[in-house]
Design a protein around this ligand. Structure first.
Ligand SMILES: [Zn+2]
Length: 152
């Protein structure tokens, strides 16, 4: 999803800031037997890496005015990695990065890992993998079970 103008500007600055750029690979580790580059920093509820790139104005106007000021801007880590490789404008043109490796923590940019996709394609790939026994995207604890399946 394209970022708002202010967030896009902060991301652009972050991509040019050596301190931010060097923090990114410092949070990536390799795992023996895996081709993925694993995020070891903060993780979102959806299992994606979270990477803080700067601050933006906090426009959350509560009744007492609390909450206004600045807040940390967090981006999905593999999207930051994509922008490092291809640039911020290329990232803005990509609505979704899908993971061909089914590893939402993976930071490797490439056709078998984090790659450009769309909401429809990503959803289709997710549902197709749901039914594959042993796939990490499948229903937890029920190998091969998928949406609508009965568990007896
Ligand atoms: Zn991967």
């Amino acid at each position: 999803m394209p970022l708002a103008d202010e967030a896009s500007a902060v991301l652009g600055s972050a991509l040019r800031d050596p301190n931010v750029v060097l923090r990114y690979p410092a949070k990536i580790v390799t795992v023996p037997g895996s081709d993925c580059l694993w995020w070891s920093g903060a993780v979102s509820g959806r299992g994606h890496g979270r990477f803080y790139v700067g601050t933006v104005a906090d426009t959350d106007a509560s009744a007492d005015g609390a909450g206004q000021g600045e807040r940390e801007l967090c981006v999905i880590a593999h999207r930051f990695g994509y922008a490092l490789v291809h640039g911020a404008s290329a990232l803005n043109a990509v609505p979704v990065l899908g993971h061909g490796c089914d590893n939402p923590l993976c930071q490797r940019i490439g056709p078998d890992h984090a790659k450009p996709s769309s909401h429809a394609l990503n959803r289709r790939a997710y549902l197709a993998r749901w039914f594959v026994a042993g796939n990490p995207l499948g229903m937890p604890g029920v190998p091969g079970a998928g949406p609508g399946s009965c568990v007896t």
